[in-house]
Design a protein around this ligand. Structure first.
Ligand code: HEC
Length: 185
């Protein structure tokens, strides 16, 4: 396939030949051009396809919805919450929620030792430290400034509760117990 004529361009003593491109190469190039036209029309002109970013968001939403439906099917009990608190994957998700500077950590400190809100690692509880007590607190909120998180969805609430239960009893030095808190095991 090589030709004897060069393009008359030399660099560092290297001549440039003017060889014909192999057919398989040319065809893959032409097909890519044709494909790009359909791709462009499908994704950008008609918008009938989801671009990777949109597809990802959609998949995340569907996964979230499935998790919500799953959570709605299973009634929440002390046992179910205790089980979640023993599942490292759920606790890790809860930790992310808790330590988000705009969420629980804002009022309870990232380690849960208390700031505006009470220390969650001690054995003193205003509304009870049993799994269902903590669940009700986070779901519905409490009058002294604890926000309700029901609108964030069941999985959000259950994960953050699982995390609270996992740090419960660490007894970190922090905010002193509220006057209306009672000792609990
Ligand atoms: C805006 C501040 C604020 C945020 C954000 C907040 N809390 Fe609270 N939390 C409080 C306050 C204040 C109390 C005490 C309420 C009372 O005394 O009525 C409280 C109480 C609690 C209690 C009950 C403690 C007890 O002794 O009974 C739990 C459990 C709790 N919060 C968990 C959470 C979790 C989990 C999050 C995040 C999903 C969160 N809080 C976000 C302020 C906050």
């Amino acid at each position: 396939m090589s030709t004897e004529t060069t393009r008359g361009h030399a660099y560092d003593g290297i001549d440039e030949f003017d060889n014909r491109l192999p057919n398989w190469w040319l065809w893959s190039f032409y097909l890519a051009c044709i494909f790009s036209v359909f791709y462009w029309i499908h994704y950008h002109t008609l918008g009938t396809g989801d671009l990777p970013g949109e597809a990802f968001v959609l998949e995340q939403q569907q996964a979230q919805q499935r998790a919500e439906e799953e959570a709605a099917r299973n009634p929440v009990t002390d046992e179910s919450l205790t089980k979640l608190a023993q599942d490292p994957a759920v606790v890790a998700e809860g930790e992310k929620i808790f330590k988000d500077p705009a969420r629980c950590a804002l009022c309870h400190k990232p380690d849960g030792s208390g700031n505006i809100g009470p220390n969650l690692t001690d054995d003193m509880w205003i509304y009870g430290g049993k799994p269902m007590d903590v669940y009700t607190t986070v779901l519905k909120g409490r009058p002294g400034g604890m926000l309700p998180y029901e609108a964030f969805g069941r999985t959000f609430v259950q994960r953050s509760v699982a995390y609270v239960l996992s740090i419960k009893g660490r007894n970190l030095p922090g905010k002193a117990p509220e006057p209306n808190a009672k000792k609990e095991q």
